[in-house]
Design a protein around this ligand. Sequence first.
Ligand SMILES: *Cc1c(COP(=O)(O)O)cnc(C)c1O
Length: 365
Amino acid sequence: MSRPITAIIHHEALAHNLAMVRSTVENSQVFAVVKANAYGHRIENVYNAFKTADGFALLDIAEAKKLRALGWEGPIILLEGIFSPQDLFDCTQYNLSFAIHNETQVKWVQQHQYPAQFDVFLKMNSGMNRLGFKPSEYVSTWNQLHLNPAIKSITHMMHFSDADGERLGKPGIHYQLETFEETVKDLPGKRSISNSAAILRYKLHSDYVRSGIVLYGSSPDYPTHTIHDWNLKPTMTLKSELIAIQDLQDHETIGYGSTFTTEAPMKIGIVACGYADGYQRVSPTGTPVLVNGVRTRLIGRVSMDMLAVDVTHISDAQVGSEVVLWGKSSSGTILPIDEVASASGTVGYELMCAVTSRVTFLNQP
Ligand SMILES: *Cc1c(COP(=O)(O)O)cnc(C)c1O
């Protein structure tokens, strides 16, 4: 048998989370964001659950081609747009919509000398200061593109920096939303604004919402709200087994750096999962783990292929016992990825994207 670490992708949970988004913003078209290989789930594992979405959003043309190969004929949008003028040929061949966020991309589109009918998403920088045209440049850029016969439609696009919380004591979307509305108010065209946090926290409708993390069963504003509060289901279980047990006396240490010393006799389980599988090396003693469906904690330093857990209070723990690093145990106990991320000083997004290629992926209905 191969090394027991696996990532199980839960089809029913993916479909449930998408349905939840739909019912929250009923008047919007829902684009499923599948960048970073579907937030680490792998596009081929989520496609069947998401094919009732109105479109897909991602960054990478290779991933867009994969969606076409899987049979998707609907809209696909490239969220960062094209990275070279040659990408425009792929946009035509594979019928990809794309964001335009800077002058260089405008120039590439304007200089494209071939027959084309592009659907573009013109991105406004309404305050996040990452990508997009400032409000003062936005209308003139829109006018320029509007005159180009190769451009079939221009959707107004914007992204929130603070939809998951407050900004200067005010709800984190209003200053950007006001800037956006004021700038586009006299322009025709559809709009695409909301990410997961704006969908859940503000029920913010727009023609095309871009729903990412919420589809993958992680709360965009943890710990303010948990997946339970938002009625989300975990879509990935990172699972392994105990491959050794150590019975220790007090004043013994565990693992590299001897960072943990027992204060009483302890039973320690060694798990076949390490940072080379994508588990964070920085996760400290105390990070939650499930063994045989029972909640316990990580002990000492995570190594490349292994980590240690406290099984002192889990009497049936033995070599071969099930270990859930995040997700759902076979007995039904849930360990939300957000709790593991929070203990590790990061967010669910990063943990799910970090699972490495040596982990076996399995699909579950
Ligand atoms: C990643 C991304 C999203 C999705 O964000 P979530 O917080 O995962 O919902 C939406 N829009 C853009 C432009 C993005 O880059």
